[in-house]
Design a protein around this ligand. Structure first.
Ligand SMILES: CC(C)(COP(=O)(O)OP(=O)(O)OC[C@H]1O[C@@H](n2cnc3c(N)ncnc32)[C@H](O)[C@@H]1OP(=O)(O)O)[C@@H](O)C(=O)NCCC(=O)NCCSC(=O)c1cc(O)c2ccccc2c1O
Length: 265
């Protein structure tokens, strides 16, 4: 997909040194649909191929949301995430490209990161958060789960007890707690968020790209077996998310009522 065709994201190369990818669906709290995911993959490919780009910043429009995961309203209406370039919902490929691109990816979290949006920042190499940012998972409330990197790798990052707490209690954590848990590298005032991410990108751009590339691959190697778990998890999720139980979660969200999962116990 060409950059000028992007509707759900923006892609810019800043100061000939780093790319900034901005999720731009503020009316849906920067949730993603199939098209958003396709555009994000294309943007990461552009950044991968562009020799000027040493690091990638992933952020979103506004101060309310970084990314609220899948577009639950779309899912409640249609049972899926809308049309895509190849007819498939490529979220797993997006996860892979964030890990595989041989350049550090910095999440600049400008608001709530929840559900699949939380998973995106977890997968990024570094996270800088605005003071107003919050962090949460939502799947078991809306009929979804990420039993791949979103849970297994999360446990690597914050530890088993905290990862289970995040997924089983579905509470929202503030930026200071996230930093204390090691989920976030640094918390800054919201006015300084993008500048801090760019400062890191510029710093990375002054170092040897080959050394950085090998380090990223090395960090990934130890947890890459989780890809197999991810394949299983996403195939399972495709069935679960469209089941009656899964759809009860999405419909309840769209209808602004608590879900009733009692008959599935
Ligand atoms: C994010 C919130 C906690 C914010 O709550 P708050 O009370 O501040 O605001 P509102 O709830 O009133 O929301 C304002 C406005 O935005 C709409 N909105 C919010 N989030 C979404 C969303 N994800 N999709 C669509 N629309 C959204 C909301 O409806 C309001 O609209 P109005 O028209 O009423 O003004 C809270 O909104 C919240 O909990 N949001 C839902 C978070 C969530 O459940 N996300 C999805 C998790 S599941 C997921 O991400 C997922 C990922 C995958 O990779 C999948 C892969 C394959 C299959 C399924 C997948 C999947 O489900």
């Amino acid at each position: 997909m060409k950059i000028e065709e992007f509707t759900d994201i923006r892609y810019e190369v800043e100061e000939d040194n780093h790319a900034v990818i901005t999720i731009d669906r503020p009316d849906r709290m920067n949730s993603f649909r199939g098209r958003t995911v396709d555009e994000l993959i294309s943007a990461f490919k552009y950044a991968w191929a562009d020799r000027r780009v040493a690091a990638v910043v992933l952020t979103a429009t506004g101060e309310r949301a970084f990314c609220t995961g899948g577009d639950v309203k779309e899912r409640a209406e249609t049972g899926g995430y809308g049309e895509t370039e190849w007819g498939t919902f490529e979220i797993e490929r997006l996860h892979r490209i964030i890990r595989d691109i041989p350049k550090p990816v910095i999440a600049a979290v400008n608001g709530i990161a929840i559900g699949g949006g939380h998973v995106l920042h977890v997968l990024c190499d570094l996270t800088v958060a605005a003071e107003n940012a919050t962090f949460a998972q939502a799947g078991p409330r809306v009929g979804s789960f990420d039993a791949g990197f979103g849970s297994a790798y999360l446990a690597r990052v914050v530890g088993e007890k905290r990862a289970r707490q995040i997924w089983f209690l579905l509470d929202r954590y503030d930026a200071v707690t996230a930093e204390r848990w090691g989920l976030v590298n640094e918390v800054v005032p919201k006015e300084q968020l993008l500048e801090k991410a760019r400062e890191w990108a510029r710093k990375i751009g002054s170092y040897s790209p080959t050394a950085i590339k090998f380090l990223k691959h090395s960090f990934n190697a130890d947890s890459d077996h989780m890809s197999g778990i991810s394949h299983l998890a996403f195939d399972g999720l495709a069935h679960y998310a469209t089941s009656e139980e899964g759809m009860e979660g999405a419909r309840a969200f769209a209808e602004k009522r608590p879900p009733d999962f009692s008959k599935y116990r």
